[in-house]
Structure formats: structure tokens, C-alpha cells
Design a protein around this ligand. Sequence first.
Ligand code: FE2
Ligand code: FE2
Length: 287
Amino acid sequence: MDWKPAQIGGALLPVSDVDTAVSAFLRTAPPEKRWDVDFSFDWAQADAERLTDGERSAVRFITIIEDHLPGYFAVYEKNFPVDGSVDLDTFAHNRELYHFTIRWAQEEDTHARTLERYQVEAGLADREALRMSLAKEGQQRFDLPYTAAVQFFAYPLVQEKATQIYYQHLRQVVGDPLLRDILVRLSKDEARHFSFFADMVRLYLERYGDAVVDPIREVIADFRMPLADTIRGYWRWALKIADTARYDHTEAYDHLIKVVNRAVDAKSDKVDELVSFVSACRVMRSG
Ligand SMILES: [Fe+2]
Ligand SMILES: [Fe+2]
């Protein structure tokens, strides 16, 4: 297993920039707005009888995606080590980033636990059977095979925004008000996560300009949502849940384009070309 932590290549932001982005993120969740699996929902109200088959299927799907958190978190542990294997400046950078990843992971773990609990309380799944099926999915390997640090912010920028948008679409159709509440909480968190990654990508573009264009382009060129390669029957399932509520990660590309446009005032040919490329990757839809 190539599982030894090793600092990823490519330019890093100055530690003060990371601190700025992380501090801004942490301020988006004041104590009174935080929520929790055990105390924020009236679980007795959970009722899968109110859901269509498509909605049930969507809940199962997003539970698996959220539940893969250990795999997502490990990507940052592995590529931005917080130990003696890196020099002091790199450590200082990674240490600030860790303040983000640990909070982010805590929130994503809350999403996973909330959806698992919903399935059980609503009568969608048997607790033991669900536990073991999530364990089986959770063992699947997740990796982002990138070579430049900026890519570990560009990828989740798209993924978090796509997830936020999907939860918003889904919450508009689901028949169980408790599930609607859950999806509101989740989509608000995903929006905050997106903002952090968007800040990081903006800071990279402001500081490094053309030098980070190719790595960002590469992320979009072979973008796949998490677990697209490991969940069995992923594409069929993704299409099926899209029948219930629109599910199209390329909707998030517009938001990447906004970040690029905002970061770069006088656009070089290279940046212009990135924007056209990302726009072209956006699925054309009628109506
Ligand atoms: Fe999440
Ligand atoms: Fe998220």
C-alpha cells in the first residue's frame, strides 16, 4: 500500500493565507448555529412511508457517499502530513489546514450519522444490516490521484457545490418533513464547505495565476464525483436518483468559473482558455 504520508507537490499558499481562509470558515458556524444528530431532530417523526421509491433510493445513495468520510479525510492526512516528515514551514502550513479538515470531517461525519439514523428511524433499513452494508462500502478505497496541492482544493470546490445543489433539489421534492429538515442542514453545511475551498482556489489564483491553471484544468478534465468508480452500478444509480431530483455535478462548474473570474482581473490567454474549457464541460441542458 502506498499509504505513507508524503507531502504533495506543487506550490503551497503562505501560512497566513491558509489561516485567513480557515478562520473565515470557522466563523461561519457560531456555537448557536451548530447542530447535532441526537438533539436537533425529533426522530419519532421520521417516516419513510411518505417517501417514493426514488426518494428512498436517493437517501440510500447519499448515505453511502457521506459515510465515506474516513476515506476523504485520509486524503488530507496523507498529502498534507502533520508530523516530522515535513520541514517546519510545510508543517506550519499543514497545521493551519488541519484546523479546517478536522472541523470539516466532524461535520461530514455528522452528515453520515444523521442519514444512517434517518434510515433506521424512518423504517428504511434495519440497523444491523445497514451498519454492515455501510462498512462494506466504507472499505472501498478512495483516492484523488493528483500531483499538485491546489488540486486538493479545486476538486472539493466542485464536489461540495454539486452536493449542496443536489440536496437543495432533493429537499424540494421529498415527502417527509423531517428529511427535508435534514437536507436543509446538510446543504447549508455543504455551502460553507464550498466557500472554504473556493477561498483557497481564489487565493491560489491570486498568488500564482497561470501557474495553477493547468492543475485546475486537469481536475475538471477527468472529474468524477466521489465513489463513482467504487459503488457498484454507480452510473445507473446516479441516473435513477436524477429522476427524483436533478443531479448534475457540472452545475457546479459555473461556480468555479465565478471564482476564477473574481480572482483574476486582467485575464491572461491561459486563464481565458481555462474559463472556456470549464464552460464547455458544463452539460448543455434545454429548459
Ligand atoms: Fe456532507
Ligand atoms: Fe461537505
